[in-house]
Design a protein around this ligand. Structure first.
Ligand code: SF4
Length: 382
């Protein structure tokens, strides 16, 4: 029997020929993990993701060199493109002619042009979007909430949601409604909570759902499924991305996973899911993207999972991140965190840095720290 899914009546947002919201079928998106400057590899991956059913594809841009590469990518493929701006928001004006949508992270706007307010920066992005007929996405992320919101709100969840609501207000005051919002975390429970609160406060705004750094298979899909099943079945969510840590040749599997989850929800096939983060080891790792600093990242994430299996019965989180852009922030809440540099891996215990180690040394160091942590917990419990 097919489950009937009531969808929230959100606004319709046009991204090129793709419609998001207002009851349109949930759009499956993806993101390239190749180096954007490697035009051939990026074009090949965009085509690979499109063939698997991605209707929108995101590419990260941090520099002028990458903008030039994207111009060449644009010449070689017609897939609908979304650009992901991290800290370098002024690049929006340069990439705008090449894409259909721009994602900005409110938590990264403060890095550049410190003399300008968030209002001025958002007004700039809106003027670019209007001039080039683009949609925007306000993409807030647990690991990079704007510092002023973290100061104002004691509860990080409240800071995350309030930051998204503030940007909706800024955009709407400028008369701009062609935008979606995403509220991401690596914990599916928090993704559910944040999106439920937001959808209650701003039911008309289309939501892009995702569990960030969901990690390796099969846990990455399970975590994502937990969040999507509970949100989409309640009518929340207009577009999705499944973020998995996969080698480039298998990147299309995250698109296939997205379609499979949607098909299962539509058919009423809900799975029972493990309770992550409460009574067992939880390894989170980012899906990797063009910013990944060393090709060994995916292999490292897999090795961490294998090496730490002996601690499976312990309620601990270990995070493995691919770069310095999100790695330092996204690992703060993990019991042990690793984030990759070009030749070293940085090891952390929550927000405390334990040093940087070579790719050949890091597993041994991680094991030492994990053993120390388990011993401390056992002493505390005895
Ligand atoms: S942590 Fe870095 S490499 Fe990994 S997905 Fe995020 S930006 Fe990309």
């Amino acid at each position: 029997m097919k489950a009937r899914i009531e969808r929230n009546l959100t606004r319709s947002v046009g991204v090129g020929d793709v419609r998001i919201g207002a009851g349109a079928p949930v759009v499956v998106q993806s993101m390239t993990a190749t180096r954007t400057v490697d035009v051939d590899a990026t074009v090949a991956q965009l085509e690979q993701l499109a063939a698997a059913g991605a209707r929108l594809e995101r590419v990260a841009i941090d520099s002028r060199k990458e903008v030039e590469a994207l111009a060449e990518v644009r010449r070689q493929t017609s897939v609908p493109l979304v650009v992901d701006l991290q800290e370098n928001y002024p690049l929006a004006a340069e990439v705008a002619p090449l894409v259909d949508k721009v994602r900005y992270n409110p938590g990264h706007l403060h890095h550049l042009e410190k003399g300008k307010t968030a209002e001025q920066k958002v007004a700039f992005l809106v003027s670019v979007a209007r001039e080039h007929d683009l949609a925007l996405r306000v993409g807030v992320n647990c690991g990079s909430v704007a510092p002023d919101f973290l100061e104002r709100y004691e509860d990080p969840m409240e800071a995350l949601v309030e930051s998204a609501l503030f940007h909706c207000k800024l955009l709407e005051e400028l008369g701009f409604e062609r935008f979606c919002v995403s509220l991401k975390d690596s914990d599916p429970g928090k993704v559910i909570e944040a999106n439920r609160i937001f959808a209650e406060r701003k039911p008309e705004v289309p939501l892009h759902l995702g569990v960030t750094e969901a990690g390796l298979l099969p846990d990455g899909v399970i975590k994502t499924r937990i969040a999507f099943e509970q949100l989409i079945s309640q009518g929340i969510g207009d577009t999705i991305r499944v973020s998995l840590t996969l080698p480039n040749a298998r990147k299309h599997e995250e698109v296939e996973a997205g379609h499979q989850i949607l098909a299962d929800i539509a058919a009423g096939r809900f799975r029972s899911v493990p309770d992550f983060g409460t009574d067992r080891l939880n390894i989170i790792s980012c899906p990797s993207c063009s910013r990944v600093e060393n090709e060994r990242f995916v292999e490292l994430a897999e090795e961490v999972k294998t090496m730490t299996a002996y601690a499976e019965q312990h309620a601990l989180t270990i995070a493995v991140m691919g770069c310095r852009v999100n790695g330092p922030g996204e690992t703060d809440d993990a019991d042990l965190g690793l984030w990759c540099g070009p030749s070293h891996v940085n090891l952390k215990r929550r927000s405390e840095s334990l040093g940087a180690f070579g790719y050949d040394e890091i597993l041994g160091k991680l094991r030492e720290e994990l053993d120390r942590l388990l011993e401390e917990r056992s002493l505390a419990g005895s």
